[in-house]
Design a protein around this ligand. Structure first.
Ligand SMILES: Cc1cc2nc3c(=O)[nH]c(=O)nc-3n(C[C@H](O)[C@H](O)[C@H](O)COP(=O)(O)O)c2cc1C
Length: 178
């Protein structure tokens, strides 16, 4: 394939949108969508812009939930991604229901088919990558909607309809797995 050099500020080559939910330091629930994440075994890494409300609260409260939304939640994703918890309590303005997690002190979003309960272990910030804060965390529990499980308990991937994000720093687009 012939290729040309591109000079993007950033590039997303297909990352699932996740909703990171938490109780802030005053005990109020809040939520932020991100795409920068990966996981290996019981480790999960999330990437945030350092100035956001969510990441600055996670540094303090430690516990959070990674919820996997499907395309029916696009309006909520867009709202939560264009407003900051510094200004609004986002759960009050979107059709998302929350309930306390099982293993951590953080809210699980009922409308999402997967919930991964986590506790922050490390904050990674590097002089060379100013403005970016990485949150390293331990996975304490994973919960999957029964509709998204085979009879033997394995993950029924075909039942998931998560939102996958592509972008070049100028625009974002979404694709769906179904
Ligand atoms: C689909 C989508 C993906 C996003 N991915 C990220 C991301 O990976 N990291 C990040 O810091 N912000 C990301 N954002 C932007 C934040 O969601 C946005 O800045 C939000 O308002 C921050 O809210 P907060 O200040 O309450 O944390 C994304 C937004 C959308 C809609």
């Amino acid at each position: 394939m012939e290729k040309v050099a591109v000079n993007y500020e950033k590039m997303y080559y297909g990352f699932p949108v996740i909703l990171v939910s938490f109780y802030d330091e005053t005990g109020l629930p809040n939520v932020t969508p991100i795409t920068s994440s990966y996981t290996l075994k019981d480790m999960i890494m999330l990437g945030f812009s350092s100035k956001g409300y969510a990441v600055n609260q996670l540094k303090k409260v430690k516990d959070f939930v990674v919820n996997i939304p499907d395309r029916s939640l696009l309006d909520a994703i867009e709202y939560c991604g264009s407003h900051s918890g510094y200004e609004v309590s986002k759960f009050e303005n979107v059709d998302l229901t929350h309930a306390k997690g099982h293993m951590v002190n953080a809210p699980v979003i009922q409308e999402c088919s997967i919930a991964i309960e986590c506790t922050l272990t490390d904050v990674v910030e590097h002089e060379q990558f100013k403005g970016i804060t990485n949150v390293l965390a331990q996975i304490k529990g994973r919960y999957v909607a029964t509709e998204a499980l085979h009879e033997d308990g394995s993950l029924a991937a075909a039942e998931l309809d998560q939102v996958v994000c592509f972008g070049d720093g100028r625009s974002k687009s979404f694709r769906y797995l179904q």
